[in-house]
Design a protein around this ligand. Structure first.
Ligand code: MF3
Ligand code: CO
Length: 248
């Protein structure tokens, strides 16, 4: 079901969104060669809980951490642990927080030191996919148009758009309607309306769109073994465009 938010509910989502962005930026600032993914998870947990929120991923469907940290060929849902980051890795950080019953969700891919030109360009284009999608948002626009724009841009660079995982409505729950795919056909899908709040989150692989899940039951990796990038914002549909809620 699609929940249309009132102005006061959107204000609560701004509070959650700001905290969620702060958590993402904190995680990004800690990324460096020699750091373990568990260290980053711990710092994010402390930041969110000390600032009046709860990490919305922790315990969600049994997920064991506050943040997803997905390295190189890991697309999403990488579980923090003993892994040590090294120069040249790229790390997708995904974090959600709930404050007073309202959710924020955001993600970004960060370089560890100097990375290959190929990896850097994938990150830049994936961020551009998200920004392009947000620039199209306004009442009356259809979700097929948004998905088509993301897919066209990614595929124009020869990249693969992940199909099995998509963006989503968000609000009093982390995941709610509508589905927000990163692919689609113009003129299809539901029309956006003022008061809808959605998480747009392109997951783009350097080679091939296919993915598989590791035996831990969570970590999604590219079938090709190529690197992957992920950027996400929570946005509200306004009278004439979009407001990014996951911002400081
Ligand atoms: N942030 C993911 C999303 O955007 C959800 C993470 S799944 C969890 O849908 F189990 F880790 F919470
Ligand atoms: Co999300």
């Amino acid at each position: 079901m699609i929940e249309l938010k009132t102005a006061s509910q959107i204000e609560k989502m701004r509070v959650a969104g700001r905290l969620t962005r702060g958590a993402l930026e904190l995680a990004g600032s800690l990324i460096a060669p020699g750091v373990t993914t568990a260290e980053i998870d711990k710092a994010v947990y402390q930041f969110i809980t000390q600032n009046g929120g709860q990490p919305s991923f922790l315990g969600y469907a049994g997920y064991p951490a506050s943040v997803c940290l997905s390295v190189n060929d890991e697309v999403i849902h990488g579980i923090p642990g003993k892994r040590v980051l090294k120069e040249g890795d790229i790390v997708s950080v995904d974090v959600g927080a709930v404050v007073d019953g309202w959710h924020g969700d955001n993600a970004a891919t960060f370089p560890v030191g100097k990375v290959s030109d190929e990896a850097q360009k994938l990150m830049d284009v994936t961020k551009q996919c998200l920004d392009t999608a947000i620039s199209l948002v306004k009442p009356g626009v259809r979700l097929g148009d948004i998905g088509f724009a993301i897919q066209s841009l990614a595929e124009s660079h020869g990249y693969g758009v992940v199909r099995e995982f998509i963006g989503h409505g968000i609000g009093s729950e982390m995941h709610q309607g509508p589905d927000v795919p990163n692919y689609g056909k113009p003129g299809r899908g539901i029309r956006l309306e003022k008061g809808m709040t959605i998480a747009i989150e392109p997951m783009i692989n350097l080679k091939g769109h296919e993915v598989r899940i590791l035996s831990d039951g969570w970590t999604v990796v590219t079938r090709s073994g190529s690197v992957s990038a992920h950027f996400e914002n929570t946005i509200a549909v306004t009278d004439d465009g979009a407001e990014i809620l996951t911002k400081l």
